[in-house]
Design a protein around this ligand. Structure first.
Ligand code: C2E
Ligand code: MG
Ligand code: MG
Ligand code: MG
Length: 281
């Protein structure tokens, strides 16, 4: 139940913290090097609309450059380290601003896409949260209705009262709110009702299991919960056509996953967008 979920969350944080001093140093060095040299960048993954058969959105996902001879380090690893080191706000600013500017650029060449960005714990609870998102809108002239801020279900439920307060303030600025990795954080209908949410993203764990009878039932339960709350639904981790059909039949409108495209840098994303992405789907 709830306790177990929280325990797993804390455990995951510990693993990130204790993953060897040498590892942490090298990740820290790579992070600060990337930030100081403007090398950290948003990659974009398309979000596909099953009603119109078009790409209607994109999620920004942070990437740092690979270093020859060292293992690849993804955001699952470096975001918690950036949180610990107190540089997450800086990182987040680079990703969000870069992604919003890119969204603007795409609009100027005829592609109006919604943008989703991820908010970490420290960013959500930062004293500068509202000021910095307000400044972002002023600086870029972006339409907040076209920007969706994602927080994980676990983060939302960890301190629902404060999270809800923060999300209400962001909603007042006009942003959309999504609960990410939904299904992994044990929230109840009542709790979801309390927070101002527009969208649920079904965690890829459940999408992967959708072929099984039980997995299908769980996905259906999530979908009916979302429907009861009038929320949009996005399924993440869609890797094959069978999954597309199962989700489509359940009434899941938006899909994201390797089947359509893995996350791409801005140049690659624009090229794929012009080519229609995976038009076969
Ligand atoms: P997320 O927000 O749930 O993002 C979805 C993750 O699933 C991404 O991993 C994406 O590359 C991966 N994915 C997409 N399609 C598929 C698929 O078909 N199959 C599988 N197996 N995976 C797929 P990524 O980019 O490694 O990011 C991991 C997590 O790191 C994100 O999960 C998000 O929580 C966090 N993250 C990434 N960028 C940022 C950021 O700029 N800020 C913050 N705060 N968190 C970020
Ligand atoms: Mg996300
Ligand atoms: Mg997710
Ligand atoms: Mg995740």
């Amino acid at each position: 139940g709830k306790r177990n979920g929280r325990f797993q969350f804390l455990l995951a944080q510990d693993v990130a913290r204790n993953s060897g001093t040498a590892d942490r140093m090298s990740i820290r060095n790579r992070l600060s090097h990337a930030i100081n040299n403007g090398l950290i960048e948003p990659y974009l993954q398309p979000i596909f609309d099953t009603q119109t058969n078009r790409v209607v959105g994109m999620e920004a996902l942070a990437r740092i450059p690979d270093v020859e001879g060292l293992p690849k380090v993804g955001p699952d690893v470096f975001i918690p380290v950036a949180e610990d080191l107190g540089i997450i706000e800086e990182l987040s600013e680079v990703i969000v601003t870069g992604a919003v500017e890119f969204q603007k650029h795409l609009a100027s060449v005829g592609f109006d896409l919604r943008l989703s960005v991820n908010l970490s714990r420290r960013v959500l609870y930062s004293d500068r949260l509202i000021d910095s998102f307000h400044a972002l809108l002023e600086k870029t002239g972006a339409d907040p209705k076209q920007i969706c801020l994602e927080i994980t279900e676990t983060l939302a439920m960890l301190d629902i009262k404060n999270a809800s307060e923060r999300l209400h303030e962001l909603k007042k600025l006009g942003f959309k709110i999504a609960i990410d990795d939904f299904g992994t954080g044990y929230s109840t209908l009542g709790q979801l009702y309390e927070i101002p949410v527009d969208e649920l993203k079904i965690d890829k764990l459940f999408v992967r299991r959708i072929h099984t009878h039980e997995g299908q039932r769980i996905a259906e339960a999530i979908v009916s919960m979302a429907r009861a709350l009038h929320l949009e639904i996005v399924a993440e981790g869609v890797e094959d056509l069978e999954t597309v059909n199962l989700l489509r039949n359940m009434g899941v409108r938006y899909l994201q996953g390797y089947l359509f495209s893995s996350p791409l840098n801005r140049e690659q994303f624009e090229a794929q967008l012009r080519g229609g992405f995976n038009a076969a789907v």
